[in-house]
Design a protein around this ligand. Structure first.
Ligand SMILES: CC(C)(COP(=O)(O)OP(=O)(O)OC[C@H]1O[C@@H](n2cnc3c(N)ncnc32)[C@H](O)[C@@H]1OP(=O)(O)O)[C@@H](O)C(=O)NCCC(=O)NCCS
Length: 345
């Protein structure tokens, strides 16, 4: 271990290749996002203000650590945070903690309402960073392929593993009406309370869906082997539309995620239709689009026994029990199993 003084600051576009070199030292060629090997693309995203990269620099100017904020769409109230890495030569001296603090300040300067991050569960290190401020709101099973090499870290699993969803509240979120499906109302209420989101809960029937065609975006993450379906606007045909699209799918990705907007009265019926097609609870993403999003997930294969190797917090373990029970109920929907356990108790 070296005791060189480290500078923490924002990366400039012309330094993007230094970040790529650090990604290689941390992951070889195995990193989960191929775009992080493309210096030009990183430089452009920084120059356009879509990405804010906080880096740790050694005295010789090498990038030896990184944490970033990526704005998903112009004008969004929240952003994705993370992509945490520290050069193996510089680990264990608090650099990730320092980057986390710098990231919090940068996110506040951007006037974000909050940020989401998705720490791995193959080890507990990133779950410990910001643990006092971040709220665990979801667990995505089989989210991380087995071939990602966490250089110099002994992974606690050799199969696909889960990632957490966490929410960092930065300022008071706007007041909203949430119409969760009854099946998940208790867990969503619990998560909203933990994240201090000012929400009014209403039954979807009280806000009937206008007879419009729903709008759905579909994206594929080939590196992860995950299909992502995002409902942008729910119409009266939403449940039927999602069902038809899933039936048409060729091949079976390792996982499918469906994002449903909880402010949309069509979401509850769509969630129920998805549940009957094998989807189960993934998480709550506060202020992810035009309000909170319920993410459901479906796996191609039953999760392996060590699919969630390390969980650092009690809230994470409670949510994990809920998700695994919901997943098991989907595989074996015997009525005797009853509903998934209430994580709030
Ligand atoms: C995870 C990583 C960023 C940590 O960087 P770091 O600068 O060494 O971390 P810090 O010294 O700031 O320590 C952060 C916390 O993680 C813990 N930690 C560090 N290494 C750890 C390990 N190998 N296993 C478990 N916990 C670990 C520390 O004890 C500390 O927690 P504490 O404050 O409660 O004691 C670094 O090991 C890394 O880049 N790993 C490979 C890439 C990776 O896994 N990225 C995260 C993907 S979500």
């Amino acid at each position: 271990m070296t005791a060189d003084p480290i500078e923490i600051r924002a990366l400039r576009p012309d330094e993007a290749q230094k970040l790529v070199a650090c990604v290689r030292r941390c992951y070889g060629d195995s990193y989960i996002d191929p775009a992080q090997y493309d210096g030009e693309r990183i430089a452009q995203a920084i120059a356009e203000g879509r990405r804010h990269a906080l880096v740790a620099l050694s005295p010789s100017g090498e990038v030896v650590g990184h944490m970033g904020i990526t704005l998903r769409r112009q004008g969004d109230r929240t952003a994705d945070a993370g992509m945490t890495l520290v050069d193996p030569r510089y680990r264990g001296r608090g650099i990730a903690h320092e980057l986390g603090a710098a990231l919090g300040r940068a996110a506040q300067a951007l006037e974000l309402v909050g940020a989401h991050d998705y720490p791995v569960t193959v080890h507990g290190a990133t779950q410990r960073v910001g643990a006092d401020h971040l709220i665990t709101t979801g667990l995505l099973l089989d989210n991380m392929p087995a071939d990602v090499s966490f250089q110099e870290m002994e992974p606690a699993s050799r199969s696909r593993s889960a990632s957490l969803i966490r929410y960092l509240p930065l300022s008071r979120a706007p007041e909203r009406t949430s119409m969760p499906p009854p099946r998940y109302e208790a867990v969503i209420r619990w998560l909203c309370a933990r994240a201090e989101l000012p929400r009014r809960f209403a039954a979807p029937e009280a806000h009937p869906t206008a007879a419009v065609t729903s709008r759905i975006e579909i994206g594929e993450d080939t590196r992860r082997d995950i299909l992502r379906i995002a409902v942008v606007k729910g119409g009266s045909n939403l449940a039927a539309d999602i069902t038809a699209r899933l039936r048409k799918l060729g091949g079976a990705p390792a996982a499918i995620h469906i994002d449903l907007p909880l402010a949309d009265p069509a979401a509850a019926a769509a969630a129920e239709a998805c549940w009957s097609l094998g989807f189960f609870f993934g998480g709550l993403l506060p202020e992810f689009r035009d309000g909170d999003v319920l993410r459901l997930q479906r796996l191609a294969a039953p999760p392996s026994p060590d699919c969630v190797p390390v969980l650092e917090s009690e809230a994470g373990r409670a949510l994990c029990r809920f998700v695994l029970r919901d997943a098991a109920t989907r595989r074996d929907p015997a009525p005797s199993r009853g509903p998934a356990p209430d994580p709030t108790r």
